[in-house]
Design a binder for this molecule. Structure first.
Ligand SMILES: NC(=O)c1ccc[n+]([C@@H]2O[C@H](COP(=O)([O-])OP(=O)(O)OC[C@H]3O[C@@H](n4cnc5c(N)ncnc54)[C@H](O)[C@@H]3O)[C@@H](O)[C@H]2O)c1
Length: 313
């Protein structure tokens, strides 16, 4: 064996030791994080204050957007209400002001990237940098795919999904500059499981969860420190806002239709505790995780048994 062979063997042993140590560190980290997560499950983090935060909510003129605007304003946030419906949006702002809260109304169609950028510039000058972005505006065509028009499909993707990318591009840079911010995205249980009559809608809501996971990784893996930017993805089941026209629920005690107020209590709590993702009701998160372990046809039996979803409009 010559000197080069000895060096080669030495290098291989060294690499083997390094990999073994890395694997040991990885296992320790995984167990430590796992135990910490179990601890956090029983002892949740304290809710953070949102006082003085500049909180932009899209779709604030109705439903959960309005409820979130009222709740965050009550907690001392400066709320920027954004909607394509100026009347509903102004009503939300008036309700906040009646309660001595701080709110501003901006008309914007979130499907238009240029309108979002113009609005962002105005907000920066008139109010300041947005520190919490809540992408909530949404539409729901509810019918079999073959009866859904091209226009309905395109609008669903533009409102529910692409608009999140435009607002992120507009508001994330200021959060990155200060390493401070919170991005909240409205997905849905229809972004966790596929449901009939909701093919494009499910596509948009699965996409929202994917985008949130990816932006989380983009920030986490950046060499700069962006640990001060938090992300929360919300997956409600059915909330009584009028968006879901024909809900069908076999076991209302298990999967009850919530009022916007009840749903928003959960949302505000999740945002303040900086949870990464929640379902509403929370039990659905664990039910879904559990049944995903089984082969694909097994959870379908449970789904058929629960027999709930949305009938076509
Ligand atoms: N209601 C539910 O059961 C339910 C369940 C799961 C997820 N979600 C999601 O939660 C979010 C809020 O739902 P909701 O039930 O409160 O809806 P909603 O219909 O009550 O309110 C949606 C708001 O978005 C606004 N909007 C629609 N298109 C817009 C656009 N192009 N630009 C700006 N604003 C626009 C509307 O004017 C309206 O004020 C949506 O993303 C929805 O998909 C709702």
């Amino acid at each position: 064996m010559d000197r080069t062979d000895e060096q080669g063997i030495g290098m291989k042993i060294y690499q083997g030791v390094v990999i073994t140590l890395e694997v040991i560190v990885l296992i320790i980290k995984m167990y430590a994080t796992w135990f910490y997560s179990i601890y956090k499950f029983f002892v949740p983090p304290e809710p953070k204050s949102v006082k003085g935060e500049i909180i932009l909510i899209t779709g604030a003129g109705h439903g959960m957007g309005r409820e979130m605007a009222l709740s965050f304003a009550k907690l001392g946030g400066i709320v920027i209400c954004v909607d394509i419906n100026p009347t509903g949006n102004q009503e939300t702002v008036d309700m906040i002001k009646e309660n001595k809260g701080k709110a501003h109304s901006y008309f914007c169609d979130v499907t238009s990237r240029s309108s979002i950028n113009e609005m962002a510039e105005k907000i920066r000058k008139e109010v300041g940098d947005v520190t919490m972005l809540i992408n909530n505006a949404g539409v729901m065509p509810c019918k079999p795919l073959l009866q859904t028009s091209e226009k309905e499909i395109r609008i669903a993707f533009e409102v529910n999904c692409l608009s999140h990318l435009w607002t992120l591009q507009a508001f994330l840079p200021a959060m990155m500059e200060r390493n401070h911010g919170h991005i909240v995205a409205m997905s849905s249980m229809a972004g966790v499981i596929g449901l009939r009559n909701l093919v494009p809608y499910c596509g948009t809501k699965f996409a929202v969860r994917g985008m949130m996971e990816a932006i989380h990784e983009e920030l986490r893996e950046d060499p700069r420190d962006f640990s001060g930017i938090k992300l929360t993805c919300i997956c409600p089941y059915i909330v009584d806002t009028g968006l879901c026209k024909n809900p069908k629920i076999k076991f209302p005690s298990l999967m009850k239709i919530l009022s916007p107020k009840e749903a928003v209590e959960n949302i505000v709590d999740a945002v303040r505790r900086e949870y990464h993702e929640i379902t509403i009701p929370s039990s659905l998160y664990y039910i879904n995780q559990m049944f995903r372990i089984f082969p694909r046809p097994v959870p379908l039996h449970i789904k058929d048994f629960l027999d709930s979803g949305l009938e076509a409009q």
